[in-house]
Design a protein. Structure first.
Length: 137
């Protein structure tokens, strides 16, 4: 199974210690689930979690950065597409399509209208937990 995770899910995972963290750690711990990223996504993960406004202690940031580097599968994305709602979000859609991902997990309401993209199902954290985590646990 291949999964792409939106940055907003990671921010919630790091800051809130609830379902987002459980879902991300579930994905990271499962050898049968590939957490797919592109170089653009990886850079955004690090940039956003590094923002001062989140006040994330350095050791916590480094733990998450290490997880991104060691537990994700990076792919080359050479797909062109426009996402009119927010061009910055197009990188996630392009990665999901290029990876033929099963799921894209997001809390972004810009994706609410799109339930499926090619072969990728777009789910919230709670939906992914119910559909995947609770079933495979």
């Amino acid at each position: 199974m291949r999964v792409v995770i939106d940055t907003n899910v990671l921010v919630s995972a790091v800051l809130k210690d609830k379902n987002p963290e459980k879902v991300v750690l579930f994905i990271a711990e499962r050898p049968d689930i590939e957490w797919i990223v592109s170089s653009e996504i990886l850079a955004e993960y690090k940039e956003v979690l590094g923002r001062r406004k989140f006040c994330i202690p350095e050791d916590i940031k480094q733990t998450w950065f290490y997880m991104f580097e060691s537990l994700t599968a990076s792919i080359e994305v050479d797909i062109e597409m426009n996402f009119p709602r927010d061009e910055k979000d197009a990188k996630f859609l392009k990665c999901a399509i290029a990876a033929n991902a099963n799921y894209f997990i997001t809390g972004d309401y810009d994706f609410k209208e799109a339930k499926k993209l090619m072969n990728t199902t777009i789910l919230s954290v709670s939906q992914f937990k119910k559909v995947v985590c609770d079933v495979l646990s």
